[in-house]
Design a protein around this ligand. Structure first.
Ligand code: GAL
Length: 997
């Protein structure tokens, strides 16, 4: 063979080894009395298209890089104007030929110089990288330190002897693609760069090389046992406990335990000859006992989320403020657990979890999901050549994070199939840290794990698992082992777009079956990248927006918070579903029941208040004395007497409701006093259903536009000049029966039957369950292009009757619809009768009326469910009350536009202009209400928020029914009880103008 054609030895970035030159991994700590120099800041940067476009010249101290661009560190260079981000979920965006990577391998050369502080003592020092994606080669002052992979794990090099007081030059070459990329196929943006801190750390003689805090809690005796292993030896003091110990020595004393609910930490200090490190020690013991996952002897319930690290402008570069913001938001929404999907988070995040209280499943930086596409052939986790890399990753995670009480489980990684490499990781971890259980979801036999974990199992299967009656594994021994394990859903309830639905039903299973210990919603945040259109309109970009050849679209936006961390309705729903205090009652009996659903805390940190509302007006309110119930305990309390009636008796006209709220009595580290934790609502004894009051709150001038109808209104439909029919306050087109005016308000779009909704991501479903691809099935049935055939307009003695058949072209299904209009003096009443015809094999997206009104009627007030959006299976957080809003504020800006903004159980709604005039719509029965400045069809075609252009008309949807939401974008669909099957339906509305006197 010709010399030049012989394949070269595999370069370091393709070699499956973890790298060379790094120090052994060890614990991470944020401060000590040793000095450090942050090397964050402005670096010089050069991007090349290939790994070897340039030699190593740039690493020489004398190299002149002053003409290179400046780049902040930490950062991902594609988010700083160099190259582009790219998103794929499962597939690798390069040919799968491990460990080889493409020739097109964006490579960023980073370079900076730095001086040492004047008082820098000299001697040993470390250079630490907390995170570099995906492979780096490092030089200091021209000397090569080594290479490394493992993007979200730290690496350290000994550099003391290379340092000089002034003009040190650090050069780092970072390759986007490396053998490591095969191990980092997580569902997220591919974002190369030095994305976490770079630090130079002094290592004085006798300083701490590594330490391991063992702080157990014995729930029987109430004693904590502390032992700190340290290299080299030294001492540990915990002043509050009167402890002063040699390292390696243990002591047992009475303590208050640490838990996610009561994160009790003791300040301590570890001292060796050369270093003092402040510690925060939390005593707790984690165990799997009798098939149950316990902390401090008690079963815990995980109310969790999967958290990726994400910022809409900076990608996976997170500052402390953002990390704290995530935790504060989680705590405020009753979340108590995080799975660090799918890599160890920034190390400081775990300090915050210790402090604020959070159960952490710490997951290794490992996913090889793209091998599934090729039948798992060549999967690195089952190929010994990769085992050193896997063990390196396990060790770097465990060593870094082992001292956090918040970390209660290690996870081997995500979606790697099965293989010997995983077993090797598990046995290394077990040996190093026998005190924490091991998690991994991808192996159904649970060979290496202490918990049975699944993703997206449906409710029925979870119920079977809860009873330990799930289908058996083929191997009896594995089956017996798995059946004995506690169960968690490491992912469930796919929070993509509108949803997830079905949370309440899952929660009920977790609360019913001891074995089902909760789960982690997928996922915390939408990874939408903030961009602007040419016209300057801000939006969040998703897969495909950067011209990627392969991508998975908006599957990257499936979080409970929007990219800018605004809570989505899904988070509000989750907060309610997982609330740690249950409040319900019986208005007739005048009783409220309060149950403590915490695992450790009593109710003393909470204060309770009741409110008594009639038609949404607070009539009275007061404090409710609730005893400091122990976890699991329930108290039944008497409701107070309210004015105008006895206990539980409504005062005044209208529907009466009790609402009882539990709020923080005092400030905490995550919310101020008064923050609402839980609530319950129940109807008062005998509600008087009254006609809603029609008077507008503001009084103002008389009608401005001339009404075509003249008072007094007629209760009998009669033809009038101009081809119209007059009935009550309505003016109809005599030929079509279409409502043209209501009082003096022009009706831009006459009411008609509407069954279409802009499909949600969950309606779109996934490839796994074709039946749940409702979007496709609806379009195949033609529900997005229904035609309205007018079959007759009948002017009767007291009613105007309009008959239509609403049906799509090409098929024989249809909805025969009869509109019956009647009038009282000042109101119009419409009764709609719908009869399906033909063989309906798909559910209806919605069923109700759509009508268009003038865009100036944009003030909205309603009595019903609110304040936020709700759908049949996402309505737990919707509470009955009177709410005001605007049409614009009713919209939920999902990153990819889709059906949104419905309010549940609406009794009546008022739409008001600025001058106070407006319309009143009352439902019989209650209805789903939505209003927007575009039609459902326009919402359907929009791909980004900027595609939605407001029109002159406000479109109202007054729905009798809505299809449930479910979690079909990556899991089960809506439960059967939330399906909107085509069936005969009758519903009514009354319409009138608001009185303005
Ligand atoms: C899971 C995976 C997650 C994410 C999710 C769908 O299979 O573990 O990383 O891709 O599906 O959003």
């Amino acid at each position: 063979m010709h010399e030049a054609l012989r394949p070269a030895a595999v370069p370091y970035y393709e070699d499956p080894s973890p790298g060379s030159g790094a120090l052994p991994p060890r614990a991470w700590w944020s401060t000590s009395d040793a000095r450090y120099v942050s090397l964050n800041g402005a670096w010089r940067f050069r991007l090349s298209e290939t790994a070897d476009a340039h030699g190593d010249d740039f690493a020489r101290p004398e190299f002149d890089a002053t003409r290179w661009d400046l780049l902040p560190v930490p950062a991902h260079w594609p988010l700083q104007g160099h190259g582009s981000p790219a998103y794929t979920n499962v597939v690798y965006p390069f040919p799968v030929d491990p460990p080889r990577v493409p020739t097109e391998n964006p490579t960023g050369d980073h370079r900076r110089s730095f001086d040492l502080p004047d008082d820098w003592p000299g001697g040993a020092a470390l250079l630490r990288f907390d995170g570099v994606e995906s492979c780096a080669r490092v030089w200091l002052n021209g000397a090569e330190l080594g290479t490394f992979k493992g993007s979200r794990l730290p690496v350290e090099f000994e550099v003391g002897e290379l340092l000089r007081p002034r003009g040190n030059v650090l050069a780092v070459r970072v390759h986007q693609w490396s053998s490591g990329s095969y191990l980092e196929d997580q569902d997220m943006w591919w974002l190369p760069g030095i994305f976490r801190e770079v630090t130079l750390i002094e290592r004085p003689e006798g300083s701490v090389a590594d330490f391991f805090v063992h702080a157990d809690y014995d729930h029987v005796t109430g004693a904590g046992t502390l032992r700190v292993d340290c290299e080299p030896g030294g001492s540990v003091s915990v002043p509050e406990l009167g402890l002063d110990l040699a390292t390696g020595e243990s002591a047992t004393v009475p303590v208050e335990p640490w838990s996610a609910e009561i994160p009790r930490l003791y300040d301590a200090e570890l001292a060796t000859e050369g270093e003092r490190i402040p510690l925060r020690v939390g005593f707790r013991t984690v165990a799997v006992e009798d098939g149950v996952f316990k902390v401090n002897g008690r079963r815990i319930l995980l109310r969790g989320v999967n958290r990726h690290e994400f910022h809409p402008d900076h990608g996976r570069v997170l500052d402390l403020e953002t990390m704290r913001q995530d935790l504060v938001l989680m705590k405020r929404h009753n979340i108590n657990a995080v799975r660090t999907s799918h890599y160890p988070p920034h190390p400081a995040f775990l300090d915050l979890c210790d402090e604020l209280g959070m159960w952490i499943v710490d997951e290794c930086d490992l996913e090889t999901h793209g091998f599934e596409v090729i039948g798992w052939r060549g999967n690195p986790v089952d190929d010994e050549r990769w085992t050193p890399a896997l063990l390196d990753r396990a060790a770097r995670m465990v060593e870094r994070d082992k001292n956090h009480p918040s970390v209660v489980m290690w996870s081997l990684g995500n979606e790697c199939g099965t293989g010997r490499g995983l077993s090797a990781m598990a046995s290394w971890i077990r040996d190093r840290d026998p005190d924490r259980p091991i998690h991994y979801e991808g192996d159904p036999s649970c060979a290496d794990t202490d918990v049975y974990s699944r993703m997206y199992a449906d409710h029925a299967e979870v119920a079977l698992i809860g009873r330990r009656t799930e289908l058996p594994l083929p191997d009896a021994e594995s089956d017996a082992k798995r059946r004995s394990l506690p169960f968690i859903l490491c992912e469930y309830a796919h929070a993509m777009g509108n949803g997830p639905g079905g949370l309440s039903e899952y929660q009920r299973l977790f609360e019913t079956h001891e074995r089902c210990q909760g789960g982690f919603v997928w996922e915390w945040i939408d990874h939408g990248l903030r961009q602007r259109t040419r016209a300057g309109v801000e939006f969040f970009a998703y897969g495909g927006d950067f011209g990627e050849e392969l991508h998975d679209g908006n599957f990257v936006c499936d979080g409970l918070v929007f990219p800018d961390r605004t809570p989505s309705p899904g988070l509000i729903e989750y907060k309610k579903v997982i609330e740690p205090v249950r409040i319900d009652g019986d208005g007739a009996a005048g009783i409220v029941r309060v149950t403590n659903g915490y695992d450790f805390a009593d109710l003393s940190p909470l204060s309770f208040r009741w409110t008594y509302e009639v038609e949404g007006d607070a009539v009275d309110s007061g404090d409710l004395e609730v005893p400091a119930l122990a976890p699991g305990a329930t108290a039944e309390l008497k409701l107070p007497r309210v004015p105008g009636g006895g206990s539980g008796t409504p005062a005044g006209e209208g529907e009466a409701w009790w609402t009882v709220r539990a709020a923080l009595a005092d400030d905490t580290g995550w919310a101020p006093a008064g923050h609402e934790v839980a609530w319950g609502q129940f109807a008062a004894a005998a509600s008087t259903t009254t006609a809603p009051r029609t008077s507008a709150a503001s009084t103002s001038a008389a009608p401005t536009s001339a009404a075509p109808t003249e008072a007094p209104h007629t209760k009998t439909p009669r033809r009038a000049e101009g081809g119209v029919v007059l009935l009550g306050p309505g003016t109809f087109d005599a030929a079509t029966g279409a409502l043209r005016y209501l009082d003096h308000f022009q009706i831009a779009g006459a009411p008609r039957l509407d069954v279409w909704r802009a499909p949600t991501d969950n309606d779109a479903g996934s490839g796994r369950h074709p039946d749940l691809q409702l979007d496709r099935r609806w379009r195949e049935a033609g529900l997005h292009r229904m035609r309205h055939r007018l079959d007759g307009v009948a002017i009767g003695a007291d009613a105007l009757t309009v008959t239509t058949r609403v049906a799509p072209a090409a098929g024989d299904i249809g909805l025969r619809t009869v509109f019956t209009w009647t009038a009282t003096d000042d109101r119009l009443r419409l009764t709609v009768d719908v009869t399906p015809e033909g063989d309906w094999t798909v559910p209806l997206p919605r069923i109700g009326l759509r009508l268009g009104v003038c865009g100036s009627l944009d003030g909205v007030e309603w009595f019903g469910g609110g304040p936020g959006e709700a759908y049949p299976d996402t309505r737990a957080a919707s509470r009955i009350g009177r709410y005001t809003s605007t049409v614009d504020a009713l919209q939920t800006p999902y990153v990819r536009p889709q059906e949104n903004g419905a309010r549940a159980d609406v009794r009546w709604v008022r739409l008001r202009r600025e001058d106070g005039q407006g319309l009143l719509i009352t439902g019989d029965p209650d209805f789903w209400f939505a209003a927007r400045r575009w039609t459902g069809e326009q919402l359907d075609t929009a791909e980004h928020t900027y595609d939605l252009t407001p029109s002159e008309t406000i479109w109202l949807n007054l729905d009798h029914g809505q299809q449930g939401i479910g979690s079909g974008s990556c899991g089960p669909g809506a439960l059967p009880q939330h399906w909107l099957t085509a069936a005969p339906a009758t519903f009514s509305f009354t319409f009138g103008a608001l009185e303005t006197t």
